[in-house]
Write a protein that binds this ligand. Sequence first.
Ligand code: FE2
Ligand code: FE2
Length: 180
Amino acid sequence: MIKNIVIEESISKDLLVVDEYEFEDIAAEFINCEEYMNLSLESHHGTQRLKHSFKVAKGTYIIAKSLGLDYKSATRAAFLHDFFFNDNFPEDIKSIKRSKEHPKQALLNSQKYFNINEKEADAILNHMYPLTPTRPKTLEGTTLSLVDKGVAIQEYILSLGTRKTKNTINQLNKKLIKSR
Ligand SMILES: [Fe+2]
Ligand SMILES: [Fe+2]
């Protein structure tokens, strides 16, 4: 009986953490920025960079809030962590180099278009740790960094499925053309 009460309490506490209105309130600042919304034109882990950023922001919001952290700063940093464009880098840049360099570009763009605090700046700059030399200085930054990796793994696996389907369709099309 006691065990059930504990489980029910933990579930309802988690549910209370998700406040769609509050999350949308934080998101509004970014949705109203035309330059930020151009992230929808950028590809990222087989999806749009905008969709990726929203997923990371939502995950960071839920976890940071449930841990009693400064979830507003954590969520704002999450929205901005990949605020860069592919043409910010040379076309032939190696993907590992871009993985290391894009946080600096995201920080520059974030500072250009938004007012961000020190905690948010640090979280953006170090979200790719251990690819960056320094780790995030705060738990908010660490939360963002871990959620980003989880979302990236999920997107990568989903994109493998899409690629496999596309390859299979291409192979079938080739066989059909040959058999004519
Ligand atoms: Fe990133
Ligand atoms: Fe990311």
